[in-house]
Design a protein around this ligand. Structure first.
Ligand SMILES: [Zn+2]
Length: 386
């Protein structure tokens, strides 16, 4: 790739002659096409585009121009410990973060992890990352998290969480409401979700937290279907109480029954699949092979770089491999041979670039975010969802 000038800031950018993956509804692939970006929007896609004076020219011949990728579940505060848990199981992760060391993180530690995590995401072409931020023990931690996200170009969604306290407690605190009104207000580049898990306790202690989310118009994202932690009981409780919505994101969903998948499909929710995490940590077998059959929207995620990279190409490759492995194994158990893989590569690219909720309740007051405006970067071609 060559640039016509070293300082492209603020200037139109044209990528010349690339193979453009539009990831539109028809999944068009355009060879030898140009993509023109003006300000932060794609202005034109075509052949031999006439571009404004001063546009930065990038030779994309022989390369792929594709939408920025979306990671719907990444614990960015943990990037401060990048690679530390390479050989962990989920149990070791829980002991380290939930029981022993997670509570030692100060606001400046969360800030450091989020800055590093945000740069890592953008560097890997992930232009939208959901920061599943469950280390926010105080709103000072949350302010530090947002300060970090806003210091790096890119679109982020703060999924506010706190594993050191019950969801009903921290979502009910006045300072939490104050934080939301102070920091989450109409910024197209900063969305908002509420992040907590549902234990399956028949008393449903998470109910007040769901009510706060509904009050704020914020989506809930929840680790659901995690071996030994969350399962069908939590899904049933959410469904019985009317808290399963099209905006709800179910992370992993690797140990759920068909009944739970039916409830997710019927209420329009989506599943964030973290294949590398599920394969190595032990949440359950990566579930795309099962949830595809239920028509549930899928997005991809890296979970945490305490084990893995921040590179969604890894997620695409591992998801394709895990799905096909399972399809072969299921067939072999019946004495059959798979001659044509059900899951196609282009489907996985779609999951990585526009998968997940059809409409994000990005923030309580962000009409711009909900209107579907998308960020672009100089290497992200077409608009993406969200
Ligand atoms: Zn997670």
């Amino acid at each position: 790739m060559t640039r016509s000038d070293d300082d492209p800031a603020g200037r139109p950018i044209v990528l010349r002659g690339g193979t453009v993956l539009t990831v539109d509804a028809a999944r068009r692939v355009l060879t030898g096409h140009d993509v023109l970006v003006v300000d932060d929007r794609i202005a034109a896609v075509g052949v031999d585009l006439v571009v404004p004076d001063g546009a930065v020219e990038i030779d994309a011949a022989g390369g792929i121009v594709m939408p920025g990728m979306i990671d719907t579940h990444r614990h960015m505060w943990q990037t401060a410990m990048r690679g530390y848990g390479a050989d962990w199981t989920l149990t070791q992760y829980f002991v380290w973060y939930y029981l022993e060391s997670g509570k030692l993180f100060r606001p400046e530690d969360v800030h450091a992890g989020n800055v590093l995590g945000a740069i890592e995401a953008i560097d890997a072409g992930v232009t939208t990352t959901v920061d599943w931020s469950h280390g926010l023990q105080t709103t000072q931690h949350a302010d530090a998290a947002v300060d970090a996200l806003q210091s790096v170009p890119g679109r982020f969604v703060l999924a506010y969480g706190n594993i050191q306290d019950a969801p009903a407690n921290w979502t009910g605190a006045p300072e939490f409401r104050d934080f939301v009104s102070r920091r989450i207000a109409g910024d197209d580049m900063l969305g908002f979700q509420i992040a907590f898990d549902v234990t399956g306790d028949p008393a449903f202690p998470e109910k007040p937290a769901f009510e706060v989310a509904r009050d704020l118009g914020a989506a809930v994202t929840t680790h659901a279907g995690v071996w030994g932690a969350t399962g069908d009981d939590g899904i049933r409780l959410m469904h019985d109480h009317g808290f399963m919505t099209p905006e709800t994101v179910y992370v992993h969903s690797a140990t759920l029954s068909a009944d739970s998948y039916h409830r997710i499909a019927a209420t329009g929710g989506s599943v964030s699949v973290s294949t590398e995490s599920e394969q190595s940590a032990g949440q359950g077998y990566p579930p795309t092979w099962a949830i595809r059959a239920h028509g549930i929207p899928v997005s991809l995620s890296m979970d945490t770089t305490v084990w893995w990279s921040g590179d969604l190409f890894s997620a695409m490759r591992s998801t394709l491999g895990a799905d096909r492995s399972r399809e072969h194994m299921e067939a072999h158990a019946k004495g059959e041979t798979v001659t044509h893989s059900s899951l196609r590569a282009e489907q996985v690219v779609e999951w990585a670039t526009r998968g997940g909720p059809a409409r994000w309740a990005a923030s309580p007051t962000s009409a711009a975010s909900r209107s579907g405006r998308r960020p672009t970067s100089c290497l992200s071609g077409t608009s993406t969802r969200p």
